[in-house]
Design a protein. Structure first.
Length: 133
């Protein structure tokens, strides 16, 4: 239940970055900072639960899709952490490079979501099978 929060925050960051880049209103830069910060906090919580699942389930560790999903998420969070640090004292960074980092992260999240969908729908991860009851 934690995963929608960082996704929404990171997509929201891209949207506010685009709006800021178009009109340079500092309110949009502030919104980007808050969305990015909240997304990083929620991503840390989601990562803790995901890592617990990954390390606690032998079958899950054997799935290549699980590793790809995890690496994509880690990549997205590291990119957003760099994005956050570089824009802290420099709103101009948002319009030059920050918006591009945000766009790349959204693309990485699309890939990660695809792999997460494969885990659930192809491999049955997190699915309670009631057919044997």
């Amino acid at each position: 239940m934690l995963i929608p929060f960082p996704i929404v925050c990171f997509v929201g960051t891209l949207i506010t970055d685009i709006v800021y880049s178009r009109n340079l209103d500092p309110g949009w830069a502030t919104a980007s900072h808050w969305l990015l910060g909240a997304g990083l906090v929620m991503a840390a919580l989601a990562a803790a639960t995901g890592l617990t699942d990954y390390l606690g389930d032998e079958r899950l560790r054997r799935l290549g899709d699980a590793l790809k999903h995890m690496l994509a998420n880690v990549s997205a969070v590291v990119l957003e952490l760099v994005n956050f640090v570089l824009r802290l004292k420099n709103d101009d960074f948002i319009a030059s490079t920050g918006v591009w980092i945000s766009a790349v992260v959204v693309l990485v999240l699309l890939y990660s979501g695809w792999k997460g969908g494969d885990l659930v729908y192809r491999h049955g991860v997190g699915v309670h099978d009631t057919s044997n009851l």
